[in-house]
Design a protein around this ligand. Structure first.
Ligand code: HSE
Length: 427
């Protein structure tokens, strides 16, 4: 008998799932013996269901799906953490397996929903929550479990990677690059989630929880976005042999987890430096496997639907073969999150300062007072009649010292004229 699917959310990704089922349903049965049937779809408007030819199985109330005794797998694709949480918890409580693409839910309420799945003895799969179509959660939970994972580091936001690529390759301003990304439909409904780094932070919270077997939530992730990056920074990075990427970084260290999202300079020879446009890539280092990298389309209907349906088919296979849920929550350890203030790195800083004698010396004094060893201070052209860009590159120093130096610099009367650009250097 076919495994019955209930789909909650028929937008971009939900529509992609319907397309996949309609196109490949027979092949799933023929190749893998997996027999699935789309039993019910839920959405606010019937138009999307009509557009995909599934108006006959449409409802506006997700409870119809949760309470439908025939349905085995509920697919939650509405996003957010309010109604989506009700759908996921309600479906698990009703004895359904759940597949979701919801990164915000998993990064914030991961412990609760994984606990609910375990209590219900059902599967909760969420491959599409990170990296769109890129298989990364499944490899971390299966193919790579022979390793202790040391690093997970990636470009996990397509919008910002597209913007930085256009700024680097075509000299676009930040505003033009954002406008273009929005026109192409890459950006989240609220672009702040992309450009301020929260989308990437949710994704690295999920990845580091799995990689390090220790719960990391969205609140644990130090997050800084790309809003202060300008073509001047990109040009300066190039001169230094680096590229700028919005990286989501998680390292397992001796005393805990170092997890953060920020614009980062990486050497132009690093594998991640060549990942351009809307593509995502996730670099994973394990103690036995060494370096691995997963690459692909991080967003879009087809890519995300591919990941969702991969989960659906795997859960359906387990149901048909009578396999009990194999992997539930794997966060068995409680590793501390390392305070950002204690991290030691090199920094690139750009200040828009008043163009008058003595400012260079004033700024040098700020760094000296905070015990920061400066490698170079370079003035990079005038960005107006009375202001100039001052680029400071430091030797390795503590984040706390940098933060305090920035606070002092910004408090000086009439010296620093705009929010500085702060880019950490990952060697
Ligand atoms: N806005 C996200 C991105 C979509 O640009 O990567 C996928 O989460």
């Amino acid at each position: 008998m076919a495994v019955k699917i209930g789909l909650v959310g028929t937008g971009t990704v939900g529509g992609g799932c319907i397309d996949i089922i309609q196109k490949h349903q027979e092949a799933f049965k023929r190749h893998f013996g997996i027999d699935i049937e789309l039993a019910q779809v839920c959405s606010r408007e019937i138009a999307q269901a009509e557009a995909h030819g599934v108006a006959d199985i449409f409802t506006t109330d997700f409870n119809d799906i949760i309470n439908n005794p025939d349905i085995d797998i509920v697919v939650e694709l509405i996003g957010g953490t309010t109604a989506a949480r009700d759908v996921v918890l309600g479906a698990l409580a009703a004895g359904k397996n759940v597949v979701t693409a919801n990164k915000a839910l998993m990064a914030t309420y991961g412990k609760e929903v994984m606990g609910a799945a375990e209590a219900a003895g059902k599967e909760l799969a969420f491959e599409a929550s990170v990296g769109g179509g890129i298989p990364i959660i499944d490899p971390l939970k299966h193919s790579l479990i022979a390793n202790e994972i040391q690093t997970v580091m990636g470009i996990v936001n397509g919008t910002t990677n597209y913007m930085l690529t256009r700024m680097a390759d075509n000299g676009l301003s930040y505003d033009d690059a954002l406008r273009e990304a929005q026109e192409k439909g890459f950006a989240e409904a609220n672009p702040s989630a992309d450009v301020d780094g929260f989308d990437a932070a949710a994704k690295i919270a999920i990845l580091s929880s799995i990689a390090f077997n220790s719960r990391v939530t969205l609140d644990d992730v130090f997050t800084d976005g790309i809003t202060n990056i300008s073509p001047v920074d990109i040009e300066a990075a190039r001169d230094m042999g680096y590229v700028i990427k919005l990286l989501a970084i998680a390292h397992r260290k001796e005393d805990g987890i170092d997890v953060r999202v920020h614009p980062t300079m990486i050497p132009e020879t690093h594998q991640l430096a060549t990942v351009n446009g809307v593509f995502n890539a996730i670099y994973v280092v394990g103690d036995f496997v060494g370096e691995t990298m997963f690459f692909g389309e991080g967003a879009g209907a087809g890519a995300a639907a591919s990941a969702v349906m991969g989960d659906v088919l795997e859960v359906a296979r387990h149901i048909q073969q009578g396999v009990a849920p194999i992997v539930g929550c794997t966060c068995t350890d409680e590793l501390p999150i390392l305070p950002m203030d204690d991290l030691v790195m090199r920094y690139y800083l750009r200040f828009s300062v008043t163009d008058r004698p003595g400012v260079l010396e004033t700024m040098a004094g700020v760094f000296a007072r905070h015990n920061i060893s400066v490698k170079s201070i370079v003035q990079r052209g005038r960005s107006g009649a009375e202001r100039v860009d001052q680029v400071v590159v430091t030797h390795r120093c503590r984040e706390r010292d940098i933060r305090e130096a920035l606070e002092e610099a910004l408090s000086l009367d009439g010296v620093v004229l705009a929010e500085p650009s702060v880019i950490r250097v990952e060697e």
